[in-house]
Design a protein around this ligand. Sequence first.
Ligand SMILES: Nc1ncnc2c1ncn2[C@@H]1O[C@H](COP(=O)(O)OP(=O)(O)OP(=O)(O)O)[C@@H](O)[C@H]1O
Length: 333
Amino acid sequence: MMLRVENLSVSFRTDEGMITPVEGVQFGLDAGRTLGIVGESGSGKSVSTKALMRLLPNSARLSANTRMTFVDKRGETIEIEKLRPGSRALRRLRGGEIGMIFQEPMASFSPVYTIGNQIMETIRLHRGLKGAKARELAVETLSKVGISNPSARIDQYPHELSGGMRQRCMIALALSAEPRLLIADEPTTALDVTIQAQVLDLMHDLQRELGMAMIFITHDLGVIAQIAQDVAVMYLGTIVEQGPVRDVLQTPAHPYTRDLIAAIPRLDRLEHRLHTVPGEIPSPSARPTGCSFRTRCSDAIDGLCATKTPPVTDLGGGRMVRCHRHYPERTAT
Ligand SMILES: Nc1ncnc2c1ncn2[C@@H]1O[C@H](COP(=O)(O)OP(=O)(O)OP(=O)(O)O)[C@@H](O)[C@H]1O
């Protein structure tokens, strides 16, 4: 397995004391596969992936038993949680081994350099090519992400491009280092629907061509269905359900997943009002006792869900769920 995350817990020191917005996250990812992470705003998706790239602020702490292992391009195993801030190994990991793209491309680009300069700098840093060779490769990468007339566009500044173009250039920037893993944090949310579909198709094609693994973060299960093979559903800092996308969408095992599926707009149900998951996600500083979803759950069991944290149940076929309804002895009845 290329990436294995075990017991990932992240706490922050805040004015109101310690909060733990990510707790006990576990998942694995093979080369060439896409894991979709879905959940509402505040569920801990970004904090989890920032932890993977060691991009969390100084106020963040990983629990002592957090393990994040990654097999790099040379076949060596990197223990990400042990990398020292500012170390060469960490710089090599970021960008070179794990690339990241965001909702807002301006977060990746500096406004004062041309697109080409920034892509060529990445190529120099991570692939050791300079001058005409680096430029050639940058043009090639821009053309790969569907930028027309790339040898002219390469000399433009980020603000000279449209939103969709900038998004493509950001993908080109991330890909130019040839990462083994690409983390995409809501990369299409700000785009209009047609461009969103084009960018998703593009990412899918590039991934197949390059054999890269991908973690795709979104609040939209519909997008996950298009792009990922596996899905992890997060709620209030933990993964509540995980498994192959098709199985999870067809037979969701957790009430929260069922609610998210009901919220997907469907063409054949346009006349109905769009559902959203009822209620609001609590703050990590006010995590409910027992199962953290029980305050919004329509299926909560009196006297159990408020007092006992549901254990992880292995449902077979690579699926797991954290819900008292799925205790083996309960599902048997
Ligand atoms: N630097 C920080 N200090 C304190 N709390 C933080 C910090 N960064 C994130 N959090 C908290 O961690 C929780 C999870 O945030 P995170 O950004 O991971 O959610 P998310 O699922 O990615 O949401 P979104 O879809 O809005 O990006 C939130 O309650 C947030 O307030």
